[in-house]
Design a protein around this ligand. Structure first.
Ligand SMILES: [Fe+2]
Length: 307
C-alpha cells in the first residue's frame, strides 16, 4: 500500500510501520515504533506534566465520572494515574494528537480513522517496594465492553528511555488471539479492584486453555519511540527499581467505526465507560464515542485523488 498522506511530511511517511510491521502486529499484538516524537516534543511533555502535577489545567471535566483515575498530591507517593489529560491540558493534548501517531495506529488497526479514546498520564515513583507500581495482568478490552470495536489499541509513550528496570510495559506475545475461558464477566471491573494472584492465575488458565505458552516481552523503548498494543493483548508492568520516576502517557485509541453498544453484564446492569456521563448523545440517544470534545479525531485517511 503506497497511499500518500498529505498531513505527513516525507520524513514522517518513512516512520510508518511497513507491511511486515503490520503483519507482525496482527500476529503478535504489539509493535515498537520508530522515533515518532522529537526530543523537543518529549521534553515539552515532561515540562507540561510537571505543570499538570502542580495543578495547571486548561479546563476541567464538567462532572466526575464514576471510575475516574485522578491522582492528587494528598494521595502521596503511590503510582499516579490521571485520565482525560488530552481534554484537561492543552500542552499535553497537542502532542498526543500528533497526526503521525494516529497514522501509525491507522496502519496497525487497518482503519481509515483514528480518534482518541482516553489518555492517562502515569508516574511511577522510584520506590522499588511500592506495591501500587505493579500493574497486574489484564487486557484493556475488559474495561471497554461498552465499545463495539475489537480493534482498539493503545500507544504507551514514555517520556525518556524506558527499560525493564523502570518497570516498562510488558506484553504477553500473541495473547490477543487467545479465546477466553468462561463467562465470568466480573473481570470487566477495573483491574485495581482485583486480587493480583487471581489475575496471575487467570493468565495461566487462559494460556492453558489455548495450549499457549506465556511469553512475556518487556517493551524496551528509547526516548521518542513508543509501543502499541492490541486491546486484547494481556499486559502488565513491574516495579520501578531505577533511581528515576517512570513517566508516560497511555494513549488509548479507537478506530473510526467504534461506537457505544449495549452490553449486558450478568448482574443485570449494562457495561459502562466513564465517557457515558460526559459525551454528547447520538440521535438515537446513546453516548457518542465520536464527540470531538472528548474523543477528537487525530487521523483520517485521505483517499487519493480519483479514489
Ligand atoms: Fe492496560
Amino acid at each position: 500500500m503506497t497511499t500518500t498522506h498529505p498531513a505527513l511530511t516525507a520524513e514522517e511517511e518513512a516512520l510508518l510501520p511497513s507491511d511486515e510491521d503490520v503483519r507482525h502486529y496482527a500476529e503478535h499484538g504489539w509493535y515498537l515504533t520508530r522515533k515518532l516524537l522529537t526530543d523537543d516534543e518529549v521534553d515539552t511533555l515532561v515540562a507540561a506534566a510537571d505543570r499538570y502535577y502542580a495543578g495547571e489545567r486548561d479546563r476541567r471535566l464538567p462532572v466526575r465520572p464514576p471510575k475516574l483515575a485522578y491522582w492528587e498530591p494528598a494521595k502521596g507517593d503511590v503510582q499516579r494515574h490521571n485520565d482525560y489529560v488530552h481534554y484537561e491540558h492543552d500542552a499535553l493534548g497537542r502532542i498526543l494528537r500528533k497526526p503521525l501517531i494516529g497514522a501509525v495506529a491507522a496502519r496497525l488497526a487497518q482503519a481509515d480513522e483514528i480518534r482518541v479514546f482516553q489518555s492517562t498520564l502515569i508516574y511511577k515513583p522510584p520506590i522499588s517496594g511500592e506495591p501500587s507500581n505493579i500493574v497486574p495482568w489484564h487486557f484493556d478490552k475488559h474495561y471497554w465492553a461498552s465499545s463495539s470495536s475489537e480493534n482498539m489499541l493503545t500507544a504507551f509513550i514514555p517520556f525518556h528511555d524506558c527499560g525493564e528496570e523502570m518497570g516498562t510495559i510488558t506484553v504477553v506475545d500473541g495473547s490477543h488471539r487467545w479465546r477466553e475461558i468462561g463467562a465470568d464477566d466480573t473481570v470487566v471491573r477495573h483491574f485495581a479492584d482485583r486480587d493480583r494472584d487471581q489475575l496471575e492465575a487467570m493468565l495461566a488458565e487462559n494460556a492453558a486453555h489455548n495450549h499457549a505458552e506465556i511469553r512475556k516481552i518487556p517493551m524496551v523503548i528509547p526516548k521518542g519511540h513508543m509501543s502499541f498494543h492490541h486491546c486484547r493483548v494481556y499486559h502488565g508492568s513491574g516495579p520501578n527499581v531505577s533511581d528515576r520516576p517512570r513517566q508516560a502517557v497511555s494513549l488509548h485509541l479507537q478506530d473510526g467505526a467504534n461506537a457505544w453498544r449495549e452490553y449486558p453484564l450478568s448482574d443485570g446492569t449494562l457495561a459502562a465507560y466513564n465517557h457515558d456521563v460526559l459525551v454528547r448523545r447520538t440521535p438515537d440517544d446513546r453516548p457518542d464515542y465520536a464527540d470531538p470534545e472528548f474523543c477528537p479525531v487525530i487521523w483520517r485517511h485521505r483517499a487519493q485523488q480519483g479514489g
